[in-house]
Write a protein that binds this ligand. Structure first.
Ligand SMILES: *Cc1c(COP(=O)(O)O)cnc(C)c1O
Length: 371
């Protein structure tokens, strides 16, 4: 018996993929499924995307690539982490994973591996245009493009870069990165190119290149979408106890003092489930800068978290629902149609990406749709 229920709606996921693929046209849309498909489970997400015609996947780590290969035998699978060692190169070759080469060292290792294997296996080249994280510098990439010997040792099937500020439509970085990337791309003619993450898809068609790389948009829907849609993720916590408490009594660790006679619902989800402690009602540092903490939705009303979220339990103020309205076994919606993940994230001082990738292992996971 789980304390929380995590519902994944595959129809909503597929609708989001279709919308992102449509917005990317004529470019193709890949599916970014790193970190176990942002915590939703690549076991269900990858087959759903394949059924929508998705043929390209990105993962972060080699092991994630192996998992996706088992689920998508015919797909192109890019591993963003690139190369660590010869062992990994062999594993990539065996499972037909495409490494994203992030440095001149990566290039040297993969070239040597291909030479030894006697086969120029596909690879992607990552160029840093402003993120300053992974990738060759633009100068390194341009020099490499002109070096026929080194270049001919590789079979580069994709040239890519990553945007640092795509979620800010008017940020000057976007145009600067696009211009740098166009220079690189011209140095590698007839090779597919990729620049846009989810937010980048909405920066305009110049950013689409030949392949877009949406991740978060698959799981949370499109930004500013006028048509309200079903969320992919719904999370519910089970009420395990309802209690009355008087004004002046203290609640949870640190004893947050109640300012009125209250009815409290204790629900069996806590920070060990990824229900972040920073979303506590009071008693955590974030509450000194961001007044409102997290909350849930129950019987048509918003019910705030009271006091600190604990490891396995969270206390909600259900006073405004009236006496006897809330019962043990009721389910409080923590994320879902009435609790958009953006506001859940804001209350915990974070972003939807972190909320999703923190989702714990104790939830009862229920898959709906997808047929
Ligand atoms: C995670 C990631 C993406 C997907 O980004 P979203 O903002 O989730 O769409 C795309 N490209 C790279 C290199 C990434 O690391």
């Amino acid at each position: 018996m789980a304390g929380g229920e995590l519902i994944i709606d595959l129809d909503a996921l597929k609708a989001n993929y279709r919308a992102l693929a449509e917005a990317s046209r004529p470019a193709k849309a890949a599916g970014v499924v790193k970190a176990n498909a942002y915590g939703l489970g690549s076991d269900v997400v990858v087959p759903a995307l394949v059924s929508e015609g998705c043929t390209d996947f990105f993962v972060a780590m080699p092991e994630e690539g192996l998992a996706v290969r088992r689920l998508a035998p015919d797909a192109r699978i890019f591993v963003l982490a690139g190369l660590f060692s010869d062992d990994v190169a062999r594993l990539y070759a065996e499972s037909d994973l495409t490494p994203v080469l992030n440095s001149l060292e990566d290039i040297a290792v993969w070239s040597a591996f291909c030479a030894t294997a006697g086969e120029k296996r596909p690879c992607a080249l990552h160029v840093d245009t402003g993120m300053t994280r992974l990738g060759l510098t633009v100068a390194e990439a341009l020099a490499f493009a002109e070096d026929a010997n080194r270049r001919d040792a590789l079979n580069i099937t994709l040239v890519m870069s990553h945007l640092a500020c795509a979620d800010e439509l008017d940020h000057p970085m976007n145009q600067r990165q696009l211009e740098s990337f166009q220079r690189v791309r011209q140095a590698f003619p007839h090779i597919d190119s990729s620049l846009a993450n989810s937010a980048g898809v909405f920066l305009g068609s110049d950013f689409h290149q030949s392949l877009t790389r949406p991740g978060i948009g698959l799981y949370t829907g499109l930004p500013d979408d006028a048509a309200p849609q079903k969320p992919v993720v719904t999370l519910k916590a089970r009420v395990v106890q309802v209690r009355a408490a008087s004004s002046g009594e203290g609640v949870s660790y640190g004893s947050a003092v109640l300012v009125r006679d209250s009815i409290l619902a204790v629900a069996s989800v806590g920070y060990a489930d990824g229900y972040l402690r920073a979303g506590s009602g009071t008693g955590v540092p974030l509450r000194e800068v961001e007044a409102a903490g997290g909350g849930g939705f129950l019987h048509g009303r918003h019910v705030p978290v009271v006091g600190r979220i604990t490891m396995d339990l969270t206390i909600f103020d259900v006073t405004d629902l009236g006496a006897d309205r809330v019962q043990v076994k009721d389910q409080i919606e923590l994320i879902g149609p009435n609790m958009p993940i953006e506001s859940v994230a804001r209350a915990a001082g974070t972003i939807p990406y972190e909320i999703l990738t923190s989702l714990g292992a104790r939830y009862h996971r229920r898959i709906v749709g997808g047929a």
